[in-house]
Each structure stands twice: as C-alpha cells, then as structure tokens.
Design a protein around this ligand. Structure first.
Ligand code: S3P
Length: 439
C-alpha cells in the first residue's frame, strides 16, 4: 500500500525570521530542457530538487544527456545539441508533473525516435488535447487515450512545420510546448495568448542565445537555429513563497522576510491580489539575475478584507489560489473569484477540493463553474483531504495559524513535488506543524 502523509497543525502562533524557499519549479524544468538540447555545458544554481523537476531531469538522463548534481541545488547539464537526444529504453514516467508532460510533448514531437510519456493517476486525468491538437496541426503524430489524456505515444520522424496559433486558454504550458516544437519546425511558429502568461521560456531561450520575436500578446520563433549552454540562477519560487505570504498576513504579530524570490511580472498576481485585500508586503532590493527579476519580500500581519478578484489577474496568480482562498477565509467580508475555470484541471479540481476543505473547517465557501465565493469568518479545527494536491496541502497548513482547534491535512506526500522540506521550513518560521507517515 502507498504510504500517506498526514500533517497535523496545532492552532495559533505566527511567522517570523528570514526564509529562502526552494527554487522556482517552472524555471527549473526549463533549465534542464534547454540545457539538454543546447551545445556545451549549462550550470544551474538554485535548482528545485523536488519530484516534478527531478522527473524532467531523469527523463533527459534516460535520453543520454549527462546531468550531475554535484551539491544541493547545483546541476551541471552537458548539452547534446538539438539533434543529440537518444531513444530512451522505456516510457518516460513524469509522475505528477503537468509541466514536464506538456512541454516535453513539444520537444519530443521534433525527434527522430518514438517516445511514450506516462504519469501518475492525477496527471493521467489532465487534458492533453490542448497540446496534442496544435502539435498535430504542425505535423506531429501523437496518440492519446480516447479521452485525450496520457499516456502519450509520440511518433518520431514526422516533419514539423510552423503554424500561427491563437490559444483558446491562457496557458504558458501550451505556449512553451509549441515554442519548443517550433525549434524543430520548418519555418516560423507563432503563438498568440488571450491574456499574459508566465514568460520563462521566452526569457530563457534568449539567455541560451536563441532569437525570438515578441510583440504584445504574440511570440514567434524560427526553427533551425541552435542554443548555447549558459549559467542559470534559479530564484526562489513565488508559488512556494505564497503560502508564507498568506500565513504571515493572517497571523497577528507575524514579521517575515522571504529571500531571493522570483518576481517576474507574469507571476506576481498573488502580490497584487493580497495587496488589494489589505496585505502589508514590501519588495526590497529588486534586481535582475540571469534575465529574471528577483527581490526580498517583507510581509507583516495585516487586517485583510474580502475583494472581487480582477479576472485579468487570474493567469498571473493561477497556482496561488489555494493559498489565496485561505486568505479570503480569514478576511473580513466576501471574496469573489470568477474566470478561473482552469483551476478545475490542475493537480486536483482546486475549486471543489478547496471549497470542501474550507467547509470542513466551518468556513462558508460556495463553488461556481469558474470560481468561488468565500465569506471570511472563524476557522475551526477539523480534517481536510488535500486529494494528493501539494498546493492544497500547504495552503490548509497555513489555515492552522487562525484555527481554534487542530487541523489535520490528509494525503500530503505530494508536497515533495514542489516543496521538499516544507514542514521543516514552516516549523522554523513558527508554524506548529508535524508530518506523520501512515501505512
Ligand atoms: C506552468 C504553467 C501553469 C502553471 C503550472 C506551471 C509552467 O500552467 O499552473 O503549475 O511552468 O508553464 P498552465 O500554463 O497550464 O496554466
């Protein structure tokens, strides 16, 4: 039987001190992928050694790319060039990682050999038609299950040609998948997004010396070039920092500094939304490192109030809603979210699972098709099922700071996909949390 991890959070306390949360997951995936297909060596600092980015790393090792981890957070990738990957012996198992599967489907579509991409139960339920559809328009040959999900069987040797694609959903994973396929395509591949999404792929391709053309809402890439190995400094992940931004905001007396956090403007929706709610967050020492903006975030407890979340901020905070829902539960008045139907197809259905968990703790939460209404109020102790979703597990841990009884969060093992060491770091900052492994 698979072991489960249960978090037990004792009520009360606050957060303080200085913390550097692990490296950005999106940037870590891309550093391995681009490093692998570059010419020469890429040195990565601050790499996230979580299960998701390690799944990407192992997949490229399985395709013959020499990759070493000489010390924590340091990774050396000896790039094999655009056409140097070798056929893997087995299917590439990408675990829980949607980013690995969607981005790699683009990259693998350009290879001369076949690949099979598989994942865990959650990943095998997530929609892949959003990438296999436009890839087929480029000439790729990919088999999915009848419902358009993984396992994916990607046939090698199909010649790709550039397309001009308008994405129906604002998705950085789809955009990045098509740009990676575009490296192997004949001619120009262009992607238009309905709203801005994270642009780490564009920034990192530029850092690897690959030209692309960016205009408002549209990015184009020409196939047939090459990437040059480089050095990448991965900032701390703002999506992991978000739990602490919320925890410190809701717990009286908190005063916390989060170090070296990536503050790319396509990722900072969480800061905007928390500030609209009245949060006290200050950015210090803003600088740019390797093409990505970084800052210290200083957060102090504040009285939060409910807001109507502006829809244009949704894609810029897409992974932070579990944490933001906890902020809403602790705010005065009502918070309304709409335009966020994508939350239903993340690692879990985050609208339903969060609403169920909030209700289990006595909070009013009413899901809608594309969002939720939450009324701030008292949080009681209770049991919450995270449904194996790392961000839901961490969000409910922070709710313990304001609960009037013990909060138990079930099915937390997947926290290791994005935030190894969460319990230790949260405890150091002042959260009374312990993890219990059960069989
Ligand atoms: C990611 C993009 C987002 C995000 C995911 C990581 C990426 O997904 O939710 O955790 O690294 O490109 P979508 O692009 O599907 O919204």
């Amino acid at each position: 039987m698979v072991s489960d991890v249960v978090y037990e959070v004792r009520p009360g306390g606050n957060l303080g001190g200085h913390l550097r949360v692990p490296g950005d997951k999106s940037v870590s995936h891309r550093a391995i992928m681009l490093g692998a297909i570059a010419e020469g060596v890429t040195e990565i600092e601050g790499f996230l050694q979580g299960e998701d980015s390690l799944a990407t790393l192992k997949a490229f090792q399985a395709m013959g790319v020499p990759i070493e981890i000489p010390s924590a957070g340091r990774v050396i990738v000896r790039g094999v060039g655009l056409h140097g990957l070798r056929p893997p012996n087995d299917a590439l198992n990408l675990g829980n990682s949607g980013t690995s599967m969607r981005l790699m489907s683009g990259l693998m579509a350009g290879q001369r050999f076949d690949t099979r991409l598989t994942g865990d139960a959650s990943l095998s339920r997530r929609p892949m038609g959003r990438v296999t559809g436009p890839l087929a328009e480029m000439g790729a040959v990919i088999e999915t299950t009848g419902s358009g999900t993984a396992p994916l069987h990607i046939h090698g040797g199909a010649p790709l040609h550039g397309i001009d694609y308008a994405m129906p959903v604002a998705s950085a994973q789809v955009k990045s998948c098509l740009l990676l396929a575009g490296l192997y395509a004949d001619g120009r591949t262009c992607v238009t997004e309905p709203a801005p999404t994270r642009d780490h792929t564009e920034r990192m391709l530029a850092a690897f010396g690959y030209a692309l053309e960016r205009r408002a809402g549209k990015v184009c890439i020409d196939g047939g070039g090459s990437l040059r190995g480089t050095s990448i400094d991965v900032p701390a992940d703002i999506s992991s920092a978000a739990f602490f931004l919320v925890g410190a905001s809701i717990a009286t007396g908190s005063d916390l500094v989060l170090e070296h956090v990536g503050v790319n403007p396509t990722r900072t929706g969480v800061l905007d939304i928390l500030r609209l709610m009245g949060a006290d967050i200050e950015l210090r020492n803003q600088r740019e490192i390797g093409g990505e903006p970084v800052a210290e975030l200083h957060v102090r407890a504040a009285r939060l109030h409910g807001v109507r979340i502006p829809e244009e901020l949704v894609p810029l905070a897409i992974d932070e809603f579990p944490a933001l829902f906890i902020a809403a539960a602790c705010a005065e008045g009502e918070t309304r979210l709409s335009g966020a139907q994508e939350l239903r197809v993340k690692e879990s259905d985050r609208i339903q699972v969060m609403a169920d968990g909030l209700r289990a703790l006595g909070v009013y939460a009413e899901p809608t098709a594309d969002g939720v209404v939450i009324r701030g109020g008292r949080i009681s102790g209770g049991r919450v099922d995270s449904h194996g979703d790392h961000r839901i597990a961490m969000a409910f841990s922070m709710a313990g700071l304001r609960a009037n009884g013990v909060v138990r969060v079930l099915d937390c093992a997947n926290v290791d996909t994005s935030f190894p060491g969460f319990v230790e770091q949260a405890s150091m900052a002042g959260l009374s949390v312990s993890a219990d492994r059960q069989r």
